[in-house]
Write a protein that binds this ligand. Sequence first.
Ligand SMILES: Cc1ncc(COP(=O)(O)O)c(C=O)c1O
Length: 361
Amino acid sequence: MIKAKDSIYKINPYVGGESQEKEGQRLIKLSSNEGPYGPPPMAVEAMKHAADNMHRYPDGGCVALRQALAEKNDIDAEKIVCGAGSDELISLLCKAYAGVGDEVLYSRYGFLMYAISAMGAGATPVAAPEQDLCADVDALIAAVTENTKILFLANPNNPTGSYLKRDQILDLHARLPKTVLLVLDAAYTEYVEDPDFTDGHDLVALHDNIVVTRTFSKIYGMGGVRLGWMHAPSHVIDVMNRVRGPFNVSIEAQAAGIGALQDDAFVEKSLANNKKCRAMSVTALQEMGLKVYPSQGNFVLVDFETAEAAEAVRLHLKEEGIFVRQMPAYNLPTCLRVTIGTEEEMVLALAALKAYIIRND
Ligand SMILES: Cc1ncc(COP(=O)(O)O)c(C=O)c1O
C-alpha cells in the first residue's frame, strides 16, 4: 500500500449530521445547522439559468459574485476570495500558512475543521481551554508560542453557540503577535442579536493579520451548493489565489450566490424564525429541567448530564424521525446539539422530547 504522510492517519474524519427517511415517517432534520426553509427562491432561479452554461468553465475569479458581496457588505471586492464552502478556505489557509513544526491554535470546543485542516497541512493543532464553553482570551494568548501561525475563532462558535464581544476581539487581537493570522469564522454572524458584537469586517481594513470567513450554508440555506467567501488583507488574498484551484467555485454556485444576495425576503423570514424558535426552544428545554447553553447561532447545545442519557435521548428521537447531533467528536458526550428548525418542527421535536423525559423520570 502506498502510504500518505503519517500525520494524515491521525485525523479523525469529519462525520456530518445524520438523517434517514423511514417510509411513512416525517423526517425532522435538526442535526446539521442547515436553514429550515430550503434554499432562497432567487438562488434556485439563478442556478437554473446557470445550468444552461455548465459546459463552460466558471469565471475563476468569481468577479460578479465578489462584486455583489462587496456591495452587500460595503467592502472592497479586491479583498474577497470565494471558495467551495468556508471549509475549503479554512483548509487552504492551513495549507498556505502552516506546515510541519507550526501550530494552529483554536479554542477547546472550536469548530472541528480547524484541527482537521491543521493536521491535513502537517501542522499541530493546539486547543486552548475555555470558560464554561466560551472562548477565553487569556487562555488563547497563553497558548500562543513562537510556532503559532494561525488562530481560528468561530464567532459565534459551533457547537457551543457562545461568542466574544467586540471589546474581547479587540483585546485578543491587541495581545496577539502580529505574526499570527487571526481568522474570525463568522459562519453564524447573521443570527447574532447582541449589538456589542463584531463580524470583524471593519477590522480587516485596519489590520494586516485579520481575516473573516463567511458562508452561504447557514442563513442562506445553501449548504449543498458549497459556497463560502473570505475577506482579508491584500497579501492574504494574493496567497489564497495562488493555492486555490483555478475554478474552485462552480458556475451554478456563483449564480446561486448572486441570486441569494438579492433575496432579502428569504433572509428576513429565516432570521425572524430563528429568533422566535430559538427563544421558544430555550424556554421549553429549561422548563424540562435541562441545562441549555446560551446561543447566538441557529442551534442550541443541551446538556443531559450523562453520556448515556444523551445517547438514549438521541436514539429515541431518531426512532421518531427527529435527528439531532451527538457530540462525542467534540468531547462533549453529555450534550446534544439541536438545530433550530421551523416552528412546526420545533414544536414537534420539543413535544417528543418532553414526552420521553416525563416517561423516563
Ligand atoms: C463555525 C463553522 N465554520 C465553518 C463551517 C463550514 O461551512 P461551509 O458549509 O461554508 O463549509 C461551519 C459548518 O458547519 C461552521 O459551523
